[in-house]
Write a protein of this length. Sequence first.
Lengths: 328, 328
Amino acid sequence: MLRWMRQAIAERRAGLLTYGITPPKKSFEEAKRREVARRQLERIAKLPVDGLVIYDLQDESTRTDAARPFPFMETVDPVDYGLDYLAALKVPKIVYRCVAPRSLHDLRGNLARLDTAGGLTVLVGAASRTQVARTRLPEAYALCRDELPTMPVGGVVIAERHQAKGGEERRLLEKAAAGCSFFVSQAVYSPGASKDLLSDLYYCCAEEGQAVPPILVTLSPCGSRKTLEFLGWLGVSVPRWLENELLHARDILQTSVDLCCEVFADLSTFARAKGIPLGCNVESVSLKKEEIEASVELLERVARLLGRDTSPKAFPATVAHTKLDGSR
Amino acid sequence: MLRWMRQAIAERRAGLLTYGITPPKKSFEEAKRREVARRQLERIAKLPVDGLVIYDLQDESTRTDAARPFPFMETVDPVDYGLDYLAALKVPKIVYRCVAPRSLHDLRGNLARLDTAGGLTVLVGAASRTQVARTRLPEAYALCRDELPTMPVGGVVIAERHQAKGGEERRLLEKAAAGCSFFVSQAVYSPGASKDLLSDLYYCCAEEGQAVPPILVTLSPCGSRKTLEFLGWLGVSVPRWLENELLHARDILQTSVDLCCEVFADLSTFARAKGIPLGCNVESVSLKKEEIEASVELLERVARLLGRDTSPKAFPATVAHTKLDGSR
């Protein structure tokens, strides 16, 4: 089971599906952390996913001068959270790792532990040029290449960066050359911006006789005007028409789930026609019950879009849906 | 039959379908003009359209400093062309009229003739602020309101203008207040830009308790790199991914027809969900046989998308598809 995700990435499979969470706040006492983990475990075990993405939140306030709509809160370390608190969850853990705040030595131990547990990582560079970086992305890539060669390393891909200055397909391929075998996008609300990037990537790969690596499109339900504002703060491009739909919606959360489905269906059709191995990562970064439920609904709808069997029988627990040898 | 289009606009019907042509060059001798008209008539009589749009080409070189990829050629007057050369074609003529180069007196006679023949007009203002205007758009609107109150007057709507500076929904509603009862877009290749405009228009109308007027989305097949360049010169926004598809296509013309269909299907779904009366105008502005055939294919595919019966039996000639009282 744990090897399934690694194999799927090695085979550049389309249609991978993950669920993305943030660890509980560091300020939570141990009992509360365990309680959060227990509830997450119970929920995630029922989901038809290939992997669990665990984010590594960092204070990105150096990236912009605008005030952060939600305050930054330090969380439990995502590797600790995935491997200790969620140890009973037999789903591959895909742990985001912001490399800038850590020493190379620290990173080495942390990632080696993740590798031993069958995990995967997504390495994230500094939030801006002004952030002091103890480790730079190329050093972290080199560490993984040299010392943890079997652990798949992912990279972050941002369509908005492509829109603003172009060349994101080149940066993606440079990361691939440095060892990234899959990519996860920032939250996507603009099908146009993502198509532009996928298209440029596709033709660039075709020209160089290279295969397009698997890309997970991140979808993130939006439960309020304030969250919409936060998406803007994070640099997520929301087209005018889609913003209108959310702002005028009677139920902004449900509307965002519907729109996220539309966006993914659009991108998925586009990618399938070109043989781009597109997958999906559904983000659940809120603690509110209704927003968590919305993310589960979104995940299940995307699973159906991807043609997966989402009946409880097919996924009584995530452990049951793949065999130990990685076959289905 | 001729009244059908007028009635459909008065009722704000969705799904109107027109075909758009340019008159032959003025330099053509009479025999050649007649020959062009005969061939167009034969072709258009078979099409399942509600109206025939006839463009009024003007030298727009004051609009931009960039060199025009195709030279400007003066054509036969579109009212003369529609009412004389294509008189036998029993389809309502929707004649574009650039008002700037004409005196109000001249315009009055010209439009009155069109009105008597059951036609419609689309009034077009100066191409730029620097163009010398003998008549301004507000004067032309006033003329129609006061002297030709039963002839539907259309306006041009440009999503790219909305993208660049916003407020196109306001300009559209100002034109509506001045008497425009329908709108025709510039060639559309960017579904995102058009959705942004339709969305802003929809919510603006909802707020003011106003009905959204019928809007015809213009689709224009693109047969070559040079035509693609010309679209750029005209200010048509072509998203990066769509440009890639065209530039890498084995058959750019056929690919453009496929993409135009996709764009319209996307916009049509979007508009239907909101009750926006969207229609389509398929442009055929080339003299090349294969480009003309492509426009006919595109029109027939859009007709099917709109749920029309396009069998030859249903449209043995355009005259047959509506009764004289305008009912279907």
